[in-house]
Design a binder for this molecule. Structure first.
Ligand code: CP
Length: 306
């Protein structure tokens, strides 16, 4: 199968269903040891203006596995602190010869002015934009689900927790609806947004817990809340979290997912994080291979595959 071709990866919605299945297949080839050669040195940098462990490091590992030249960028010591804008930072890195930039930024759709600029030729991979999109996370989540069930059609998937503030919830609800999964949206009313009505049905976790294929938990995004949520960790866990008791009610083939970082005993009982049904660590593993497939697709479009 031919690799995909992508100029940028900005939103999961930019990909067709065929693109997604192909990216999953390519990611699985990388997981099984596929090696890639480029016809020249490819310079790449990861610009993270919000905290990250998984996305940042798994992109860096993916880049190194592909023998790309990774140029370090530390947002805290960059010229952003002398007043340089994101656009001018990217203009500079593009002029220095960087071909691919992975960017995480708190501003929703920060990438629009970058990809519309006629002065820039580098490719942008969105590593997360505020409450907007997280396409590489969504793709690794889709890979994890597909590797388990071999399809998406009709799967019953509950997305649970801080839906309104979660770019993972937005990307996954959009794409899983398009892939014909049945989406349930569970969690506190104050953390729900009616934007999500088009993707799924609001539900009480306790009423559907026994009949799910995928439990997709979300991190509580305290940093995006305007005021204290009013929940203690224990209250939230009992009302909306995957408790040990709810775990026992899941059906035999149900899997548990969480994009992480996990707040143990808040969104999920600590014992459930590495339980038999959990695919949380597998999501992290798959992240490296899916990011290799994304980078391959970008390099294919740029004509730098051998
Ligand atoms: N899932 C995720 O985006 O994790 P990081 O914030 O650690 O990158």
């Amino acid at each position: 199968m031919e690799p995909n071709k992508l100029k940028h990866l900005l939103s999961i919605e930019d990909l067709s269903n065929e693109d997604i299945i192909n990216l999953i297949n390519r990611a699985n080839l990388f997981k099984n040891g596929l090696k890639l050669e480029f016809n020249k040195k490819v310079f790449v940098s990861n610009l993270f203006f919000e905290n990250s462990t998984r996305t940042h490091r798994s992109f860096e590992i993916a880049e190194r596995k592909l023998n790309m030249e990774v140029i370090q960028f530390d947002a805290s010591t960059s010229s952003i602190h002398k007043g340089e804008t994101l656009y001018d930072t990217v203009l500079t890195l593009d002029a220095l010869g960087l071909e691919v930039l992975v960017i995480r930024h708190s501003k929703v759709a920060y990438y629009e002015e970058l990809v519309q600029s006629k002065s820039l030729s580098c490719s942008i991979i969105n590593g997360g934009d505020g409450e907007g999109q997280h396409p590489s996370q969504s793709l690794l989540d889709l890979m994890t689900i597909y590797n388990e069930f071999n399809h998406f059609d009709g799967l019953k998937i509950a997305i649970i927790g801080d839906i309104r503030h979660s770019r993972v919830a937005r990307s996954n609800a959009q794409i899983l609806k398009r892939l014909h999964s049945k989406i349930y949206l569970c969690g506190p009313e104050d953390w729900y947004s009616s934007d999500f009505d088009q993707f799924g049905e609001k539900a009480n976790f306790d009423e559907i817990v026994h009949d799910l294929d995928v439990v997709m938990l979300l991190r509580v995004q305290h940093e995006r809340h305007e005021s204290n949520s009013g929940f203690t960790q224990s209250d939230y866990h009992q009302a909306y979290g995957l408790t040990n008791e709810r775990y026992t009610k899941l059906n035999d083939t149900c899997i548990i997912m969480h994009p992480a970082p996990v707040n143990r005993d808040s969104e999920i009982a600590s014992e459930c994080v590495e339980s038999e049904k959990s695919r949380i660590v597998e999501q992290m593993r798959n992240g490296v291979f899916m990011r290799m497939a994304i980078l391959e697709a970008i390099c294919h479009e740029r004509g730098i595959l051998s």
